[in-house]
Design a protein around this ligand. Structure first.
Ligand SMILES: *[C@@H]1O[C@H](CO)[C@@H](O)[C@H](O)[C@H]1NC(C)=O
Ligand SMILES: *[C@@H]1O[C@H](CO)[C@@H](O)[C@H](O)[C@H]1NC(C)=O
Ligand SMILES: *[C@@H]1O[C@H](CO)[C@@H](O)[C@H](O)[C@H]1NC(C)=O
Ligand SMILES: *[C@@H]1O[C@H](CO)[C@@H](O)[C@H](O)[C@H]1NC(C)=O
Ligand SMILES: *[C@@H]1O[C@H](CO)[C@@H](O)[C@H](O)[C@H]1NC(C)=O
Ligand SMILES: *[C@@H]1O[C@H](CO)[C@@H](O)[C@H](O)[C@H]1NC(C)=O
Length: 405
């Protein structure tokens, strides 16, 4: 009888103690440390061809960990392309520049075949007339198409060290791009403060003061995704929406959109695009100057090697592209009744391209403090009172038994 009671008490104390431990591990995460070392090279191996030519921009970043290297390439020599490639640690990236300028297959290569590659391509930009204020780019909508292959690029900023790489590049004053690569897990500096890791690179685009071509203009962007996963029937990119617990980092926005390759959502080993469905309509980004974004369902691209002729994807893979999974989707900026693009002539998009799985938002110190007070105090009271009651019961029982003896 006594033994049973004792073990009951011990059990309940153990249970409470375990809960505390569990909460601790859930709520407290070790601070972010350097995950990869970055080495950035502008136009690697280009030499004379790129001297005094600010229009040629191909940025290569090797992000090296203890075991492997993730290569990021920001290519603006053709249609803007972001390459993420996972390779062995020693693998190098080589370019034959004369051949690349002719977009010859094999003009860019890795010294060892990558374990995985993922490319995101900005294929087209649309300015369309949103006659019914639906904020959707439908087939047949009256639209003006910008081919980013024809843009004249002007690099305005380049900055790199082992921990961060940043580049700003513009097409006239119309399309302003900002790209980042990182060595640690953290939130981005600017709104929407996306959470990045060393496995991802960030692209921020501003549609700045672009001449309106329609009465009710809106913008949309067509993104194409190329993964080194075989195209098989039923394999498709998947758009998932995650809810976050708090909107501390992106006020007003509780949602994260993930576009995952089949490899990413089945084995956590694939390519992904991630963004918050928010677009800012003023250089001073804030919840008051924001609107929404909408994406279409990813669809397969027919004869990829023909469509991708003017991209890094073709320079790397050539006609092999036709066996790869290549899909695309449109992202449109704005929401009904937000006044269209013409209201401010400014709109933005920020997204991440990465390998593996998009990182989970963790609770911040402030939320932890609040949660800590809310959960911690009742827990402490619970433990103390459990121990107290148990101890008293046991003591009473012991005394009672002693009296009987
Ligand atoms: C994007 O929208 C345009 C215009 O409606 C359409 O022709 C194109 O097929 C769309 N792209 C994708 C990948 O859905
Ligand atoms: C833009 O580039 C495409 C090829 O990508 C070409 O067919 C077209 O003529 C170019 N348009 C302009 C206005 O230069
Ligand atoms: C490129 O941008 C810089 C400033 O960002 C500007 O001074 C320069 O005139 C631009 N060059 C061209 C060709 O547009
Ligand atoms: C926007 O462009 C127009 C010309 O199209 C120019 O007059 C105006 O100053 C520009 N506004 C800003 C804020 O850059
Ligand atoms: C946006 O640009 C158009 C011309 O392209 C101009 O008519 C309109 O007034 C501009 N809107 C604002 C808010 O500046
Ligand atoms: C980051 O990439 C490495 C490969 O080097 C992979 O093992 C890891 O799972 C990735 N991290 C995430 C969060 O997906």
């Amino acid at each position: 009888m006594t033994l049973k009671n004792k073990s009951n008490c011990i059990l309940s104390v153990c249970f409470v103690a375990l809960s505390v431990l569990f909460l601790n591990t859930v709520l407290c995460d070790e601070p972010s440390k350097l995950q990869r070392k970055l080495t950035a090279t502008l136009n690697p191996g280009c030499g004379d061809l790129c001297e005094n030519n600010a229009a040629i921009t191909l940025m290569h970043i090797a992000a090296t960990s203890d075991t492997d290297t993730i290569h990021y390439v920001w290519d603006f020599t053709g249609k803007p392309t972001i390459l993420v490639a996972l390779t062995s640690k020693q693998t190098e990236f080589h370019i034959n520049w004369k051949e690349l300028m002719r977009r010859e297959p094999g003009s860019v290569r890795f010294t060892d075949a990558p374990q995985y590659t993922f490319m995101a391509i900005i294929n087209r930009i649309f300015q369309y007339n949103d006659a019914d204020d639906r904020a959707m780019l439908d087939e047949g909508t009256n639209a003006f198409v910008y081919d980013p292959h024809n843009f004249t690029w002007n690099r305005s900023l380049l900055w790199s060290n082992e921990e961060d790489v940043m580049m700003a590049i513009n097409a006239g004053d119309d399309f302003l791009f900002k790209l980042n690569a990182y060595s640690t897990k953290d939130h981005g500096l600017d709104f929407p403060h996306l959470l990045h890791t060393s496995n991802s690179t960030q692209i921020d685009i501003v549609f700045n003061n672009i001449t309106n071509r329609f009465v009710n203009p809106r913008f949309a962007i067509e993104l194409l995704f190329v993964v080194s996963e075989q195209a098989v029937v039923g394999s498709e990119f998947e758009v998932t929406k995650r809810k976050t617990l708090d909107d501390e980092h992106t006020p007003g926005i509780f949602e994260i959109v993930d576009v995952l390759s089949p490899g990413a959502f089945t084995f956590s080993a694939g390519g992904y695009i991630e963004y918050r469905p928010v677009s800012y309509t003023h250089p001073e980004r804030d919840v008051a100057t924001s609107t929404e974004t909408r994406q279409s369902q990813p669809v397969s691209i027919q004869s990829p090697s023909a469509v991708l002729q003017t991209t890094l994807a073709y320079a790397l893979y050539g006609t092999k592209l036709d066996s790869f999974l290549v899909q695309g989707m449109n992202v449109s900026f704005g929401v009904s009744e937000d006044g269209f693009y013409r209201k401010t002539n400014y709109t933005t998009m920020t997204f991440q391209v990465g390998y593996g799985m998009p990182p989970n938002e963790e609770l911040s110190a402030f939320v932890l403090l609040v949660a800590g007070i809310g959960i911690g105090i009742p827990l402490v009271v619970l433990i103390v009172s459990t121990i107290y009651i148990c101890a008293r019961k046991l003591r009473n029982r012991d005394r009672f038994q002693q009296q009987r003896l």
